[in-house]
Every structure is written in C-alpha cells, then in structure tokens.
Ligand binder design. Sequence first.
Ligand SMILES: [Zn+2]
Length: 94
Amino acid sequence: MALTVEGTCDTVELNVKRLYLPGLKLKSKCPNCNAPYERDLGDHHLSYPVVGVPEDLTGYCGGCEHEWALGSVVLRLSLEVTPADDQHPKEGVE
Ligand SMILES: [Zn+2]
C-alpha cells in the first residue's frame, strides 16, 4: 500500500531555546517619547516559541528608559510533509 500523510497540524512546540529569525525586524514607536523602535529578530531571539500561539512582547526605549507592551506576534509555520517516494526515489530503486 502506498504511503499517505493525513491530518493537519495547527500548533507545534518547537522546543527551541533561542529562535533567531534573521531578516525580520519589528518596528514601532516609543509611546512615551515617540522615538522609533526597532527590534531585529536576527539579534533578539524568541524563546521557546509555540507555533500558532501569540506571544506578548515588551518594548524598551533606551532613550527615555520606558518599557511598554509592544504587542504580540504569532509564529506561523508553512510546512509540507509528503511521502518521499514519489519525488525523490532512492538510488538504485526503480
Ligand atoms: Zn522613549
């Protein structure tokens, strides 16, 4: 019988202590002094993110030393799982 993959996976714990996402930046403004705020996710990791579950973030402004609720982000993962046989036949197997 041919292998099939069934079901859906909406949430998964990545179990990654430090998830860096180079190329992504969060941008906002300090609500206290209006200074532009930027967080490079290539430098500032997410800790044990769970796919599909919003994570609350805190912003910090070094200019006026203000801390505020930045908002939340949710990690969405696009992942495809297919039987390998159809697309990548093993060498020597016809
Ligand atoms: Zn500020």
